[in-house]
Design a protein around this ligand. Structure first.
Ligand SMILES: Cc1ncc(COP(=O)(O)O)c(C=O)c1O
Length: 362
């Protein structure tokens, strides 16, 4: 079933800067989930990293007394490069994907086109740096239409799979956005939650395709939100522009260790195995929510689902009263108050969610 819309704002718009509420753009799921609540609002998998990763990080605690070395940083870039089939100089380590977005203005775009509905940090980071931003707001089924992007845009930013719609765009369609002088930025923060990563451009970004930049985050799959880990994949000269002006020692030894560890083959295999679990849980959630009469946006490929309900604010209130947090989605340009986002979770958590929604709808 396709979700409906509350606001029509389709196509491309240069939204005047003084009409943008920056606080709204900075609203993320962590604000919706208070401690102790059953959390469907934040898309992190689990409460903490898996035991093997915790042990590996704990074993490095004594490195906190010194600065991260160039050798450790190179080892992390080498591990990431091996994971994606590129070279270490095509990897730039980040203190989380959010740091990567904050670097985008260093590419000095004259017009940045940002696809919506999508994660709002790139839009915000570009605006706060004074870059002109054209919002390209897709309508259901939120399929990427390259023709909607202004020809003048020399930077295009989109997510794949996309938060919050869970839509996965075809890599080939993304590449149709390529134009001379334009850089395409693909936020693949959730790509490792998709089995096989079929539409990832991680293997392309680099010297062979200097106009493609891919951002990856370790936050979600590895429950490392509090450590801040991610990386850019791209051509060395583009990465150098992004890196310019950055503080020295931007990542600590534990961040560097986490990036190294999660790029190793056994970790990648574990993530891919978990992606299959997520796919099965997602299928079950779609069935169960649809059976309650909730509109669930499909096809969905991410570890979260976009819902459309009759009264979003009321349902959120009912669920919160029962200790369940879901993500309001009206802070995403193009969505409205009756859109909600829920993380894909296991059967026990979903049992509680379904029971609570059923009670609220009665
Ligand atoms: C789509 C998407 N991209 C990037 C990020 C940034 O993640 P982090 O800065 O934790 O790596 C998030 C966080 O919610 C996200 O949802």
């Amino acid at each position: 079933m396709r979700s409906g819309r509350d606001h029509r704002n389709v196509g491309c718009a240069l939204v005047p800067e003084d009409s943008i509420d920056h606080a709204t753009l900075r609203h993320h799921g962590d604000v919706d989930a208070r401690p102790g609540m059953l959390d469907f609002a934040v898309n992190v998998q689990g409460d903490a990293p898996p035991p093997w990763l915790r042990e590996r990080l704990a074993a490095r605690l004594d490195t906190l007394g010194r600065y991260p070395s160039a050798e450790e940083e190179l080892a992390a870039r080498t591990a990431v490069a091996a994971r994606h089939g590129c070279s270490p100089d095509e990897v730039l380590l980040l203190a989380g994907g959010a740091e990567g977005f904050a670097m985008l203005p260093r590419l000095s775009p004259t017009l940045a086109a940002v696809l919506h509905p999508s994660f709002t940090e790139p839009d915000l980071a570009l605006r706060e740096a004074g870059v002109e931003v054209a919002r390209v707001v897709l309508e259901p089924p939120y399929a990427l239409d390259p023709a909607l992007v202004p020809e003048a845009a020399d930077l295009v930013v989109l997510g794949n799979p996309t938060n919050p719609t869970s839509v996965q765009h075809c890599a080939a369609t993304i590449l149709e956005l390529r134009r001379p002088g334009r850089i395409i930025v693909v936020d693949e923060a959730f790509a490792d939650a998709v089995a096989g990563e079929p539409e990832s451009l991680a293997g392309l970004a680099g010297s062979a395709a200097p106009d493609v930049l891919v951002l990856r985050s370790l936050t979600k799959t590895w429950a490392l939100a509090g450590l801040r880990c991610g990386y850019w994949l791209g051509a060395p000269e583009v990465l150098a522009r992004l890196n310019h002006g950055r503080a020295h020692w931007p990542l600590g030894t534990l961040q560097v260790e986490a990036i190294t560890a999660t790029a190793e083959p056994a970790a990648v295999a574990q993530a891919q195995q978990h992606a299959k679990v997520i796919a099965a849980e997602r299928r079950s959630m779609v069935e169960r929510l649809t059976a309650l009469g909730i509109e669930v946006h499909t096809p969905a490929d991410g570890p979260f689902l976009l819902l459309h309900v009759p009264d979003g604010a009321l349902l959120r209130k009912h669920l919160a009263e029962q200790g369940i947090a879901v993500r309001r989605a009206d802070t995403f340009p193009g969505l409205g108050p009756n859109h909600l986002r829920v993380a894909v979770r296991g059967a026990d958590a979903v049992d509680r969610l379904i029971a609570a929604i059923r009670a609220a709808l009665c």
